[in-house]
Design a protein around this ligand. Structure first.
Ligand SMILES: CC(C)(COP(=O)(O)OP(=O)(O)OC[C@H]1O[C@@H](n2cnc3c(N)ncnc32)[C@H](O)[C@@H]1OP(=O)(O)O)[C@@H](O)C(=O)NCCC(=O)NCCS
Length: 188
């Protein structure tokens, strides 16, 4: 059973190089700079954030999902500079089955430095040990090599390949589903 106490009091987390705090409306301008970047959005298959107002609406919707106890949204802050470098989400939390889907993005200048892996290890420990998830799911565009790369490094296993099941921007796209069971997770 999911431990719902974490929906009353948001869990700020910390890693060696990062603060992981609750996403807030004040992050809209940084969020817009990340999610308007074509390198970031290449395989996200969701709308680019072309204005700050769009990001504010996106964040407000996420905060509502948290209040409804169906998701949790962290901002990734580099400790040494205080800079917003990306975000991570548990969303579509499926309480009956103690399962959550994940979403994540980093600013390109911070790619390849192990930041997302560091954040995920901390957040998955929280997810399994405190929030009491049983499994974590990721749904990726099969062309998203870096996203698949990090999932595999963390122990995710491929569960499904759906052909042309997702309509975006005038095209039917394939999807790959990966999952991590609590018992698969090695970075405890
Ligand atoms: C997905 C994303 C967050 C990964 O960021 P990153 O900076 O590569 O992540 P990290 O450096 O923390 O860790 C990546 C790990 O995966 C591995 N990896 C990264 N890219 C890889 C690739 N193309 N092939 C194989 N492995 C890869 C790295 O080797 C690293 O593992 P290691 O530390 O053991 O060497 C980043 O590419 C991004 O923001 N992409 C755009 C948004 C996006 O597509 N989000 C996912 C939507 S499903």
């Amino acid at each position: 059973m999911i431990n719902e106490i974490y929906f009353d009091d948001f869990s700020k987390l910390e890693t060696e190089r990062l603060f992981l705090r609750k996403l807030s409306l004040a992050d809209a301008s940084e969020m817009q700079s990340v999610r308007s970047d074509e390198r970031v959005m290449n395989y996200m298959d969701s709308e680019r954030h072309l204005t700050i107002q769009f990001s504010e609406k996106f964040i407000a919707e996420n905060l509502k999902i948290y209040e409804q106890k169906n998701g949790m949204f962290w901002a990734l802050i580099e400790k040494s500079t205080g800079k917003f470098i990306g975000d991570f989400a548990f969303w579509k939390i499926d309480k009956k089955n103690s399962r959550a889907e994940i979403g994540y993005a980093l600013k390109p200048e911070f790619w390849g430095k192990g930041y997302m892996k560091e954040a995920m290890i901390r957040i998955f420990n929280f997810g399994f040990n405190d929030l009491k998830l049983h499994s974590i799911e990721a749904n990726i565009n099969p062309k998203n090599e870096s996203s698949r790369g990090i999932l595999i490094k963390l122990g995710f296993k491929k569960e499904a390949y759906f052909r042309e099941n997702y309509y975006f921007n005038g095209t039917y796209l394939d999807s790959e589903i990966y999952s991590l069971l609590q018992t698969d997770f090695q970075f405890k």
